[in-house]
Write a protein that binds this ligand. Structure first.
Ligand SMILES: [Zn+2]
Length: 276
């Protein structure tokens, strides 16, 4: 297939899928004459279909079209065999009717099952042009052709595009309800907490490394029992400061603090001379 034609077909199938919901594998209703021509021209129908539609395909044949092929007799057996490989589309015509009528009945007024129709019948092709969104394939001198979109198809496409631009009645009804949604979508208030310097925490028990200043403040103001852990840590690091701060503590805590510092101070000189 030439590049220009391939591009045209790709665009056309894009239109059918975007505006009318055609999906792969494309379901193709094949008529009996198409099967016979394919055999005569030695065309690989399925391969040709997927080349023209540029996607996966699922060829189908209706019961009535199958019946038409049987009527052709033994000479047409290869066409029958080919058609037998297709999926059978039940049309529920109790007595077989002409293939054209059967196919237009299966497509219906709206082609709601999104069929592609592969037919050689000129009258059927004319009839399908009235219905929006029916891709039609025929064979012209051993070349498979995807017909350009019909007027009905183009009009329907414009209509759906207009509708998609204008908010529909149910959409308008939901607009006020939708308004709070963007507010919810806003990110967390303030900057990312991970990117911000940690706030100085006034509670020494929750903060892992309280700064000197907060420790001193908390020691001055609060009761002794709550302060013991913080006090201990401070004493370990800075003995002198701790002694000064212990003035503000209650007697019990003060005694513990002072005796410990005293003990340590006594120990220090006692140990240092003995050691070599
Ligand atoms: Zn039928």
């Amino acid at each position: 297939m030439r590049q220009k034609r391939a591009k045209t077909y790709r665009k056309l199938m894009h239109l059918y899928s975007m505006s009318f919901g055609f999906r792969q594998p494309y379901q193709i209703l094949v008529d009996s004459e198409m099967c016979q021509i394919a055999i005569d021209a030695k065309l690989d129908l399925i391969k040709q279909f997927s080349t023209v539609l540029q996607g996966n395909v699922k060829p189908m044949i209706t019961q009535c079209c199958m019946h038409e092929l049987y009527l052709q007799g033994k000479a047409r057996q290869p066409a029958v065999d080919l058609a037998k490989t297709f999926e059978r589309r039940k049309c529920n015509h109790r007595e077989a009717i002409p293939g054209d009528e059967c196919l237009s009945g299966v497509v219906g007024d709206t082609n709601k099952h999104r069929y592609v129709v592969a037919t050689q019948s000129q009258s059927l092709r004319n009839g399908l042009r009235i219905i929006p969104a029916v891709p039609v394939i025929h064979i012209n001198r051993a070349v498979m052709v995807l017909e350009p979109p019909s007027e009905a198809t183009l009009k329907a496409k414009e209509l759906t595009e207009e509708q998609s631009l204008r908010p529909s009645a149910p959409e308008l009804a939901t607009v006020p309800r939708d308004k709070p949604v963007p507010k919810k979508r806003k990110g967390p208030k303030g900057p990312n907490p991970l990117s911000v310097k940690k706030k100085k925490n006034s509670n020494p028990e929750t903060s892992t490394r309280p700064s000197q200043k907060t420790k001193a403040e908390s020691l001055d103001t609060s009761s002794s029992t709550a302060q013991l852990p913080g006090q201990k840590r401070k004493r370990d690091s800075q003995d002198d400061k701790c002694e000064e701060q212990s003035v503000g503590m209650t007697n019990a805590a003060q005694n513990i603090a002072s005796t410990r510092t005293r003990k340590r101070r006594r120990k220090a000189p006692a140990v240092s001379p003995s050691s070599p």
